[in-house]
Ligand binder design. Structure first.
Ligand SMILES: *Cc1c(COP(=O)(O)O)cnc(C)c1O
Length: 361
């Protein structure tokens, strides 16, 4: 079989969740497991976390139903709410929590007759300008739900545009809007994602929504102590399938992008953009061969990458190749570092691992 696998370490997932809970001890911390738990497998991750988590968050009803049908009993929040009125009976039946961000959703909810109370998160647009009500409108919506016998508000929710920046006046601006609204309504809030949890204690609310840090990635611009203690959950592991020597001036791969300046040893690793390894990886992107750092050279192909292993000890066909995560000798290669070499963020790499890569838990 092809040697490429995504190993998912559920102990690391629990470790990261516990770390976040210790850091935000006065909040209910909701694991965000949308997009198949950022590519880690939502059902497996939810089952591992279910004894600790108060609820889960996914983007939509399809993802929520998948979890319910797999036996997850905890509350599940739909971050984008419902797209059509026809979803309401399912939301009622499965007791999903829904975000409410638009006026048509408010009318639909108020005129719906559910069997049980429906729990809602009222989304406020405090400056992201994507989803949510203006603060004034949010106040009206909140009151309308107060007067309804079948709707129960869990909290006001908002999302920050610049929570990851070291110092951001825009963050303070959004925070101030939410502080005032919280005070006026006496409402619980949910404001923080991973970056805000790590970077801004003031943003910790009654509820937090943590995604990427659960999976061991540090969303902040500058390194920080807590994030250093996160453990990578995914290890993308493959093997060297061929080795060759190149003479000075010889090139590798498509577009002859990289040329050898001296005699070099090149290892071919079975992993490419067809597996979700980013084609934008530049020459010099790190990789672990036999637990030692080496550099990807030449363009990423669909099924293969090429690595300069001139200075790596003991390379042979079958040697371990770690694209990100933890090698057998304990050395780790952070997905954030790979993302920087690909001009992207860890989120796109995690969610981009394709179906043909088997997951091992
Ligand atoms: C995805 C998402 C999160 C989680 O964000 P991370 O940066 O991964 O922690 C939180 N809130 C909302 C509304 C989201 O869509």
């Amino acid at each position: 079989m092809r040697p490429l696998v995504a190993e998912i370490n559920l102990d690391a997932l629990l470790h990261n969740y516990q770390l976040a809970c210790n850091f935000a001890p006065n909040s209910q911390n909701v694991p965000v497991i949308k997009a198949d738990a950022y590519g880690h497998g939502a059902v497996k991750c939810a089952k591992a976390l279910e004894h600790m988590a108060p609820a889960f968050a996914v983007s939509c009803i399809d993802e929520a139903l998948n979890l319910r049908h797999s036996g997850i009993r905890a509350p599940i929040l739909l971050l984008e709410g419902f797209y059509e009125v026809s979803e309401l009976p399912l939301i009622d039946e499965h007791q999903f929590w829904t975000t409410v961000h638009s006026e048509w959703q408010v009318s639909a909810l108020l005129s719906f007759a559910p069997k049980r109370t429906i729990k809602v998160w009222v989304k406020v647009d405090s400056g992201m300008h994507r989803l949510g009500f203006s603060p004034n409108l949010a106040e009206k919506v909140w009151s309308a739900f107060c007067n309804s016998s079948h709707i129960e508000q869990v909290c006001l929710m908002s999302h920050f545009a610049t929570a990851d920046a070291v110092c951001s006046s825009y963050f303070s601006y959004q925070m101030e809007i939410m502080k005032q609204l919280k005070k006026r309504l006496g409402a619980p809030v949910s404001l923080a994602n991973s970056a805000a949890i790590l970077n801004h204690r003031v943003s910790h609310g009654e509820w937090n929504r943590l995604g990427v840090m659960l999976y061991g990635s540090d969303p902040l611009e500058s390194p920080n102590e807590l994030a250093n203690n996160l453990k990578p959950v995914m290890t993308l592991r493959s093997k060297v399938i061929a080795i060759r020597e190149l003479k000075p001036g010889e090139s590798i791969g498509y577009g002859v992008r990289w040329k050898a300046k001296k005699c070099v040893l090149i290892a071919v690793v079975a992993a490419g953009y067809g597996d979700g390894y980013d084609r934008h990886a530049k020459d010099g992107t790190p990789i672990l061969i036999n637990g030692q750092r080496a550099e990807v050279v030449g363009r990423v192909s669909m099924d293969m990458i090429t690595v300069d292993v001139t200075n790596v000890h003991g390379v042979r066909i079958g040697s371990e190749a770690i694209l990100w995560g933890r090698a057998n000798n304990g050395v780790t290669l952070s997905i954030d570092e790979i993302a920087r070499h690909c001009d992207t963020i860890s989120y796109t790499l995690m969610t981009g691992v394709t179906e043909r890569v088997p997951k091992l838990y």
